[in-house]
Design a protein around this ligand. Sequence first.
Ligand code: FMN
Length: 390
Amino acid sequence: MRFLTAGESHGQALTVIIEGYPAGVPFDRVLIDAQLERRQAGYGRGARMRIERDRVEVLAGIRNGISLGSPIALLIRNRDWENWRDVMAPDSGEVDPGRAADKRVTRPRPGHADLAGGLKYRQDDLRNILERASARETAARVAAGTAGRILIEQLGCSIFSHVVQIGTARVEEQEHPDYATLKEGAAASPVACADQAAEAGMMRQIEEASAAGDTLGGVFEVVCLGLPPGLGSHVHWDRRLDASLAAAVMSIPSVKGVEIGLGFRGAAVPGSSYHDAIQAGRGRGFYRATNHAGGVEGGMTNGEPLVIRGAVKPVPTLGKPLPSVDLATGESVAAAVERSDACIVPAAGVIAEAMVAWVLAGAITDKFGGDTLEEIRGRVQEYQDYVNHR
Ligand SMILES: Cc1cc2nc3c(=O)[nH]c(=O)nc-3n(C[C@H](O)[C@H](O)[C@H](O)COP(=O)(O)O)c2cc1C
């Protein structure tokens, strides 16, 4: 399975084409809209999120609420387009040169794609870079990833995310987390954090940063339950599931670190306490009392919950901007200020759920075949019976 997206932040729309999606999957636009809405939420988001109310339109690949096996085409309109048509229109006849000049960006923001992209694509107006580098594109990824999520949920898996750190406020680590409570707590929290003491600290730090014209990063965790063992493979670097998951999560703008299981925290732990002892029960298969590996060993799922974290850097656009250089004049200036978010960690978690679900759906179709949901379900069941009765 693969997908491609197109669309600028203030362009007409975002588009997605998904290829290789199985036939027979109940596919509901409402499920995608619900995830798009979650991506837009979170304490610390900026004014743009109040303008956009994302809704997906399904243009192809679904009939009567069921996937056909043909390419799926999705469209998410940018509601802000009407305010930007005379700046962003593809047709030069529609562009107002005065307004376009007003919206020109020549002062690259440290931490954003502006400078490197402007040099790479030889652009004098950095808007030609930031329009696509903007995380608005992740709405299209959430739409595509939800297709993956729908597929894995049909096979009995579930996926959620929660925030474990914003700024210096962080949750207490738990050896045996209660995932149902974490999921419920995160869904009810403005910062997607189930720990109320940490939540209060996170919200306070966001308010303080925001008032100071500053921004904050943090850490989210994605958990997927119900996966069969053996997704991915140890045989080649590019078939290792941990590698594909890390790439998918790292590809989210502003994610700068990825951990599976204990990750970096495991580097200081001796092997005897790091590794998860193997137990077996007839009819239950193999299981572990701990899950420091985060559900992946040898590049394959091992049947335990998949646990993956992403470290998110602080948002680059600052209310009190850092020094930069004006590309038009060569003078030292303050970096550009665009309408911006103060903290996007909860949203990054939602996007990561979509990316992880997408990778897992691909790993499932790789192992079990990908033409129809019915075939995949039958093969997963047969394999699960084998695993549970070894
Ligand atoms: C959901 C989300 C929203 C974001 N909103 C903003 C924003 O409002 N302003 C900003 O400067 N960066 C924002 N970012 C981060 C930038 O997109 C990102 O830092 C930039 O594309 C550079 O990529 P890099 O951080 O991966 O190097 C956001 C990221 C995400 C995931």
